[in-house]
Design a protein around this ligand. Structure first.
Ligand SMILES: Cc1ncc(COP(=O)(O)O)c(C=O)c1O
Length: 355
């Protein structure tokens, strides 16, 4: 039977990309790009900084510009940090319920993973994964990894670590390099107040951020990190003397300036998350997980996975059916526009005959 398609092309709700796009001011800037910005290297180094973006971030956070690292997205940060610090046969401690690339990166340099598990609990009546700091500290003490990785919010679970738990964990593992991946910063909390005190207090800490998710600039490949005072070698290693992509750097600053636009989008996404919690909870065998991100983990009956995947693809909707050790029955749904989200929900109900 021919399907009456609402969307003529495939809607990619599987890669945690923004479906709203960046601030319209980014497009305005691109219309007036000069030949100089395309053909010449940045001249910012003559002012003693890496770029105007690193200076801007340094000023916003009141952290020395030298301690601000720029990168091609946070994937690049993860790679650089682990490739630089992890020697052969050394261990990295990562969450068991993690982004697939965490599981792979240590092996690129002959190291290996040790995993810490999360547990499932409730938050305001909604099911959520939680960091188990006692277990994490116990595993850290036993394994003594060179590098420890925390993602907050975490992909694909969508949960955050509480400030109290984070502080306790950082205190317990001062002997390791600790990397906090905050790729999904902004969707659940826009708190920045802890960044400077933590970077000052924990000299082996790196906090990584990106413009890919909240700022919807994944195609530009730009991210940044704050590095603690012991990480001078990493800071030097990561410097690109000829600069980064000049357009990316400027677009990142334009995005940072348009708080109104991003707040509006995040508020709409928050309403849609509430809609998803409510609607998925009504469906038998479905459990939505609390999300502090631009996606939602949803557990669903194993028996319907294949059929639902096919049904949604026929409607030009692509969501990610996870198939890894920690996730056999869950799908990760990237939050779309209101129209995409409602159509997805309606399609799932239609498939289940629940309409
Ligand atoms: C947890 C996490 N960290 C980092 C990244 C990398 O993002 P980017 O390299 O675009 O900054 C992703 C991308 O999906 C992610 O899910």
């Amino acid at each position: 039977m021919a399907v009456d398609l609402k969307f003529k092309t495939l809607q990619y709700l599987d890669r945690n990309e923004s479906q709203y796009g960046p601030s319209p001011k980014c497009y305005d800037f691109l219309k007036n790009v000069t030949i100089d910005e395309l053909s010449c290297y940045t001249r910012e180094f003559t002012k003693g900084v890496k770029s105007s973006l690193s200076r801007r971030i340094s000023e916003d956070f009141n952290i020395d510009e030298r301690q601000v690292i720029l990168s091609y997205g946070s994937e690049d940060l993860l790679k650089q940090i682990i490739h630089y610090y992890l020697d052969r046969k050394e261990k990295i401690l990562i969450p068991k319920e993690a982004w697939w690339y965490y599981k792979k990166v240590a092996y690129e340099v002959g190291g290996f993973n040790v995993e810490y598990p999360m547990y499932i609990g409730k938050e305001n009546g909604i099911t959520t994964y939680k960091y188990d700091v006692d277990r994490m500290i116990e595993i850290y003490d036993r394994e003594r990894p060179r590098i420890v990785l925390i993602a907050s919010p975490n992909n694909p679970t969508g949960n955050m670590i509480s400030d109290k738990d984070l502080k306790r964990f950082l205190d317990a593992c001062r002997g390791a390099l600790v990397m906090i991946d905050e790729a999904y910063w902004g969707f659940g909390s826009k708190d920045n107040a802890y960044v400077k005190p933590y970077i000052d207090e924990f000299p082996n800490l790196v906090i990584c951020r990106t413009f890919s998710k909240y700022y919807a600039l994944a195609g530009l490949r730009i991210g940044y990190a704050f590095a603690g005072k012991n990480l001078e070698e990493l800071i030097n290693f990561s410097i690109r003397y000829l600069g980064f992509n000049r357009l990316s750097e400027q677009l990142a600053e334009i995005a940072m300036d348009d708080d109104d636009y991003y707040t509006k989008v995040t508020n709409m996404m928050q309403e849609d998350k509430e809609y998803f919690y409510k609607e998925f909870s009504k469906l038998e065998g479905f459990t939505p997980y609390k999300s502090y991100t631009n996606f939602m983990l949803v557990d669903m009956p194993l028996s319907i996975r294949k059929g639902l995947d096919k049904f949604l693809k026929e409607r030009n909707l692509l969501i990610k059916f996870l198939n890894e050790e920690a996730f056999k029955t869950e799908a990760r749904i990237t939050l779309g526009t209101r129209e995409q989200n409602y159509y997805l929900m309606e399609s799932i109900k239609e498939f289940l005959g629940a309409k």
